[in-house]
Design a protein around this ligand. Structure first.
Ligand code: SF4
Ligand code: SF4
Length: 442
């Protein structure tokens, strides 16, 4: 019996998914050069294991995992390492990255199977294989998947929840994955259920994806207890704690992890990625990216080699229109505006949205009028108005007392604010300020 009345608060931004929702996934051509940041995941960045001048094949490691909460980085194309240096990262910072000149004559055939077949492997061996394949959450946060497959023993897990909500406007890569590769999603779920030792799985999918719901339902394996749960359409349904609440009715308390509710949440793209690495024997070197927006000539859902520069990806979609105003990595609610189109697609890039001039907000910011709309929108019951006041004067300690750590930067408060106050951006800066203050504390 599953709970389906959703979570409290949240917002309903225009979906804008019609540009790509019915476009089949296709593969993009290899770019001339790929750039692989060693930091593409939560946890410690990978450590470099190649040098300038080295020849690499498709799937070869260029960076080793540095500890347990880390994953390796693999080359998405055969070619030659031409540089290792700081490079623009789509998160707005600079990151150490490996530049590879793609060999235009290489058949791009990987070396023989790099990831073992999963049948017959022990739980520990599956977890190790998933780490070695560099699999991370493909929903954006990039948390290493193998860590979630081995939860602490004192938290018994009863259910695997698969996140197929894809509530961010414009994005359709998860939608197309479920509609076109439902058996792959189910295979990934099979591997994860067996590894976690759970007998139940639920795939939460928003009702605006009826073809995905139909495809997943039609292909459910008869020997597994998998439920496809249609969800109301609301943002940010795809946030982990919101999805757990919508699916189970259980509220994960402030400061607690989902495992405290006996569940593990994995993104639907990660399920498909796990299936693919065990099916093909290749590590995670490419991903499905929605490239869309009214500022783009030919929107598409593409299989993109990790490391493809934004400008090369946009070129393959016909380039920008005359009124293109802003390129965003991710969706418009939580994504980051890009200042440099040389930044590459990373494992966590769900989509690239190009907004046209009329879609961007450059209106003046007015003082807070204490209307309370942001309180009604916040899905974790914070007081964004108060947090905004504190953020502007850098009173981070008081923000901590007001539960800044529970803010997931979903942008719902900024979206509804009639004064155009960039609340979630203020909170992002405050979180970074707090981290810096904590790091430099004696
Ligand atoms: S929505 Fe904006 S104006 Fe209204 S209370 Fe919140 S911060 Fe103030
Ligand atoms: S950005 Fe933070 S404060 Fe604003 S609505 Fe989302 S969770 Fe609440």
């Amino acid at each position: 019996m599953w709970f389906t009345s959703g979570f409290a608060h949240g917002v309903h931004p225009p979906e804008s998914k019609e540009l790509t929702a019915q476009l089949p996934i296709r593969r993009m051509a290899y770019p001339k050069e790929i750039v692989l940041p060693l930091r593409q995941h939560a946890g410690k960045p990978a450590t470099l294991c190649v040098k300038v001048g080295d020849r690499v094949e498709r799937g070869d490691k260029v960076g080793e995992a540095d500890g347990y909460i880390s994953v390796p980085i693999h080359s998405s194309a055969a070619g030659k390492v031409v540089d290792v240096d700081w490079w623009p990262h789509p998160d707005g910072t600079m990151a150490m990255a490996v530049r590879i000149l793609v060999d235009p004559y290489a058949p791009q055939i990987p070396r023989p199977r790099m990831v073992p077949h999963w049948e017959g492997l022990s739980v520990d061996e599956v977890v190790q294989a998933v780490q070695d394949a560099g699999v991370v959450g493909l929903g954006g946060a990039g948390f290493p998947t193998h860590v979630k497959l081995a939860p602490p023993k004192d938290f018994p897990i009863h259910t695997l929840i698969i996140n197929g909500a894809e509530c961010e406007p414009y994005l359709t890569s998860d939608h197309r994955t479920m509609a076109e590769y439902p058996k792959r999603v189910h295979f990934g779920i099979r591997v994860m259920m067996q590894t976690l030792g759970v007998s139940k799985a639920v795939i939460g999918v928003e009702r605006n994806k009826p073809d995905a719901i139909e495809a997943l339902t039609r292909t459910i394996p008869t020997d597994l207890d998998i439920t496809i749960l249609p969800l109301t359409v609301k943002y940010p349904q795809g946030a982990e704690k919101m999805l757990i609440h919508a699916v189970t009715g259980h509220e994960v308390a402030s400061g607690k992890l989902p495992v405290s509710a006996g569940v593990v949440v994995q993104n639907v793209g990660s399920a498909a990625a796990i299936a693919e690495v065990f099916e093909t024997g290749l590590p995670l070197i490419e991903r499905i990216v929605t490239v869309t927006g009214h500022g783009l000539t030919r929107p598409a859902n593409l299989i993109v080699p990790v490391g493809t520069k934004l400008r090369d990806l946009l070129d393959q979609c016909g380039g920008l229109t005359a009124d293109a105003a802003q390129v965003i990595a991710g969706g418009p609610m939580m994504g980051l505006a890009q200042a440099n189109l040389d930044a590459p697609i990373t494992k966590g890039t769900t989509g690239i949205v190009v907004l046209a001039r009329q879609e961007t907000r450059t209106e003046r910011v007015y003082p807070c009028i204490h209307c309370g709309r942001c309180l009604d929108a916040c899905p974790v019951f914070l007081n964004p108005s108060l947090l905004g006041d504190l953020a502007r004067v850098g009173r981070y300690d008081e923000m901590t007392d007001a539960h800044l750590s529970d803010c997931m930067l979903c942008g719902s408060c900024s979206y509804v604010c009639p004064s155009n106050i960039p609340l979630s951006q203020l909170f992002q800066v405050s979180k970074a300020g707090l981290r810096r203050a904590q790091a430099s504390a004696p």
